[in-house]
Write a protein that binds this ligand. Structure first.
Ligand code: WT7
Length: 657
């Protein structure tokens, strides 16, 4: 069962505060209570209705769910459509071309306003350029860009020609980029000279050059957006400027019609082993559920709302709730390139005020950071436009939830705490803002059309008030279709733990009302600032350094980031560490992890130890290390092969290395 519960959620199951939506909000809400009954009456028919209502199909489907090859699902399989046409062109054709699609705010304060008609021309140009660079339907394109309009344009251009994109977060290292390019066999990489980060240009192109120098790849061209004006190294014949090939291309392009089950994108995420998993999503089902959830969970009114999701496109949230969901629904949204405290700690709230943002979707770690900075900062801005607030990425502790509601939401905007995963593609468990009386800290209920349960070790549903593992008990349209190139790993990871049930990897409890509380991961996956990191992946990065003999990594609870990476390492006696101080060793190893994976994976702390606690079968007992990292009394150590190890570690930590 869960060994520790982030934010001490266990104590909070006695939470008795309830926040019902106001009658005015409920009356105008897109989703009413009867949505549950509609979905319950016939789940598949419900999804078919959503798919017909929310999307434009070039060939209508007649089949809904095909589960005959479970756990490999097919939804709407005989239908055909194009994702970019649905996200852009049809809005223009319907006379809404003048509506703003993107209000872009650069970190330095530069702005661009892009209407749906502008977006259509840009995407068509980019699609023509991709084709001219040799990218065809089915070819993979790696995208390594900052959050600038070209990132959205590139994703849609790929979708327009049926070339699955693989977005790699700009914070990942050359090494991480290289392994993702190899795994997906990408034909093209789209990048920029750099982006703006904390008031300065931050280069991206050198990481692409470094990645492609590591060995043979299938990459034929690198398409480079000029963003910062930094000098870049250039490989003639391979590298091409966006301004040369996209800006000059024709703005007429016929979207390529694809099957509903055509892969739309691959997105790599951390699992329990060292090798990241290429989660892949297909077109019809994914678009249906991302649009449906965006419309109902955020109560989107496309004519009047200004929506802002603060996620980067390098994560699934950016795919489903910056690109596909909002654009399919014809929303007007803000995208912001930079950090929340550049050039000042009120930047986000200034943006809310400037654009009159009505719906804000962000992560608990950001809310806790703003809490730390003090409520006098948001108080300097007019936030009265906000009417729905969303949270995603990790459990939100009730203190942060209450602060979010009071300080940002003016004590009235409903908060939707949305649980989902890269694998689920779209929101699965969340209140409906006009229906649910919300509880601080709980994601509460499966959405209409979704079936979730909390089960015990024997796959039996637990009674209200008890805890267990979160599972999904029926296939859903946006579910992953597999792990790229590794169908066995897909079955093993998600479908082997409980027969016929999707195992999410999260611990959960049902409270007395049957509402679901998420309690954090039960596997070797950590959640740092809402980003998934694998303990094993960081351990392999550490042992790839010549000084390190062995490493164990744990996620220790952290006030701001939810969890933080803490590493325990055994150094090699003979590897030239010499008389370097513990600080120097720590700095060197932290930088090494940043180079291998990316700065987000840097351990908060690296502790040098003489031994690691292992069971008789050699498995590292991370639970005990987590106790140490969280400064707790060390728990039951009786299954250790050598029970004195924990004493040794405790002694070692007490005496500076
Ligand atoms: C893991 C998935 C979904 C987009 C962002 C993260 C945790 C996510 C919540 C929430 C409690 C949450 C889970 C999940 N998680 N949302 N509202 N409450 N936990 O996507 O990187 O695929 O991570 O994030 O542990 O399994 P991801």
């Amino acid at each position: 069962m869960t060994e520790s519960t982030p934010g001490g959620l266990e104590n909070l199951l006695s939470e008795d505060r309830r926040f019902a939506p106001s009658p005015e909000f409920s009356a105008q809400a897109n989703a009413q209570h009867d949505l549950y009954a509609w979905a319950d009456a016939n789940r598949e028919a419900f999804w078919a209705d959503q798919a017909r209502e929310l999307l434009t199909w070039s060939t209508p489907f007649t089949q809904v769910l095909d589960w005959s090859d479970a756990p490999f699902a097919k939804w709407f399989a005989d239908g055909r459509l194009n994702a970019a046409y649905n996200a852009v062109d049809r809005h223009v054709e319907a006379g809404r071309g003048d509506r703003v699609a993107l209000h872009f705010e650069g970190e330095a304060g530069d702005t661009r306003t892009i209407t749906y008609a502008d977006l259509q021309r840009e995407v068509a140009r980019a699609a023509n350029a991709l084709v001219a660079l040799g990218v065809g339907t089915g070819d993979r394109v790696a995208i390594y860009l900052p959050l600038i309009p070209e990132a959205v344009v590139t994703m849609l251009a790929c979708a327009r020609i049926g070339a699955p994109h693989s977005v790699v977060f700009g914070g990942f290292s050359a090494e991480a980029l290289y392994s993702r390019i190899l795994d997906a066999e990408a034909k093209l990489v789209v990048t920029a000279d750099g982006g703006f980060r904390r008031g300065a240009p931050s280069a991206l192109k050198p990481a692409v050059d470094e990645a492609l120098a590591k060995g043979e790849t299938t990459v034929q061209h690198v398409l480079v957006v000029r963003r910062t004006g930094q000098d870049v190294a250039w490989t003639d014949g391979r590298d091409v400027w966006w301004s040369d090939v996209v800006d000059t291309a024709s703005d007429e392009h016929e979207p390529v019609e694809v099957d509903a089950e055509h892969p739309l994108f691959i997105l790599y995420t951390s699992g329990t082993t060292g090798k990241p998993k290429g989660i892949f999503h297909t077109t019809g089902g994914y678009l249906t559920q991302s649009a449906y959830t965006h419309l109902n969970v955020f109560d989107l009114k496309p004519e009047t709302d200004v929506y802002w999701c603060t996620a980067d496109i390098g994560w699934i949230t950016g795919h489903s709730y910056v690109v596909y969901g909002p654009l399919i629904n014809g929303a007007t949204q803000v995208i912001y390139e930079g950090t929340p405290d550049t050039p000042h700690k009120g930047r986000w709230w200034e943006i809310v005020q400037k654009y009159g943002v009505t719906i804000l979707y962000t992560a608990p770690t950001a809310i806790r950071t703003c809490m730390k900075w003090g409520e006098d900062i948001p108080a300097q801005f007019d936030l009265s436009s906000l009417r729905v607030l969303g949270s995603v990425g990790e459990p939100i502790n009730p203190e942060a939830w209450m602060w979010y509601r009071r300080v940002i939401g003016g004590d009235s905007a409903p908060i939707v705490d949305t649980w989902w995963q890269t694998e689920t593609g779209a929101i699965m468990i969340s209140p409906l803002p006009g229906v649910t009386a919300t509880k601080p800290g709980s994601a509460q209920v499966a959405l209409p059309g979704i079936a979730a349960e909390v089960v015990d070790d024997d796959a039996q549903a637990v009674p209200d008030g008890a805890g267990g593992y979160l599972v999904l008990t029926a296939p859903w349209p946006a579910m992953l279709r597999g792990i790229w190139g590794d169908p066995e790993r897909y079955k093993d990871t998600y479908w082997s733990r409980f027969r016929g049930l999707y195992f999410a990897g999260d611990g959960a409890k049902k409270d007395g009302d049957g509402d679901i509380w998420l309690l954090g991961r039960v596997d070797d996956v950590m959640n740092v600032s809402g980003h998934r990191l694998s303990t094993t992946e960081i351990e392999s990065a550490l042992v790839s350094h010549p000084w390190v003999a062995e490493a164990a990594v744990v996620g220790a609870s952290d006030e701001t980031t939810g969890q933080a990476v803490v590493a325990f390492v055994i150094l090699r006696g003979d590897a030239g560490v010499g008389d370097r101080s513990a600080d120097d060793v720590q700095t060197e190893l932290r930088n090494h992890v940043a180079k291998e994976i990316g700065p987000i994976a840097k351990p908060r702390q690296i502790l040098v130890v003489a031994e690691l606690p292992k069971t008789r079968s050699g498995k590292i007992m991370r639970r005990l290390l987590r106790d140490v990292a969280e400064h707790r009394q060390v728990g039951d150590a009786t299954t250790l092969a050598d029970s004195s190890v924990m004493d040794l570690i405790a002694q070692g930590l007490a005496t500076p290395a």
